[in-house]
Design a protein around this ligand. Sequence first.
Ligand code: ATP
Ligand code: MG
Length: 300
Amino acid sequence: AATQNQRLTIAVQKSGRLSEQSIKLLKACGIKFNLHEARLLAHSQNQPIDLLRVRDDDIPGLVMDGVVDLGFVGENVLEETRLERVATGINADYKALRPLEFGQCRLSIAVPKEDSYQCLTDLNGKRIATTYPYLLQNYLKQQGIQASTAVLTGSVEVAPRAGLADAICDLVSTGATLEANGLQEKDVIFTSQAQLIQRPEALSPAKQALVDQLLPRLDGVQLAKESKYIMLHAPKAALQQVATLLPGAEDPTILPLSHNEQMVAVHAVSTETLFWETMEELKAIGCSSILVLPIEKMMG
Ligand code: ATP
Ligand code: MG
């Protein structure tokens, strides 16, 4: 198996909604890959790391079986696989390393717009089309609803119109697909984002060392994404007000200006977005040259 060699093997979706951002995140962590469209396996040029590019549905199982060391996968697919494996008595353990703040979506129940649906109990005795039968049945059981499922691997949104089901349970991000098919979102049964997961058994020391290096880098990339570097000139007399206006900025650096006794330069890292409104307020209390810069990487 790939895990027997000394290179850390990471499974990523080959082509789909999670592929680009998974690879981008690894790149931002300093791991370089030369990807060839046709190749299943890609070797990193600068680290003992291999990428295995597969369908997203296969990733949780590959990690749980220890065929790969790490995997990037949507929590929806992860939880569906876990429930299915638990139900069929197959090992479903894994280590959750980090939520990744991309691939956000929700798994929702939707019904045709003209349907008289009032609440969940209206689904009793109905048929619901879905790609996620275990997540759906798990939810229905919790809610005390008895409905049957029609499992479809694609085009779930056309099932009611085709007479295959009364309702659907499908992934939603903007709701445009539901709208286009005359469906109305009713109940969110699961919210999801991408996760980085690890196989359940311990890694070799060499591989563990790679993971121990990767995780702080990942945190640094995530933190940098949410943070801004703010520079401005402020009247010395207004420094207190400036501090209260700058969101999430700890210990700003205060520097003298060469030809101005009344003003100082303030540099601060802010963990929140600086809105136009705040910049206008800063200007109103006498600040000038207000700059907001993106941060690429951070390490505490
Ligand atoms: P594969 O060929 O790898 O099986 P797929 O068609 O199953 O691809 P994609 O449509 O690429 O999968 O979606 C992958 C994951 O992206 C989903 O499982 C989900 O976690 C996430 N995702 C984010 N937004 C959406 C959305 N609007 N619709 C579907 N999936 C979404
Ligand atoms: Mg899939």
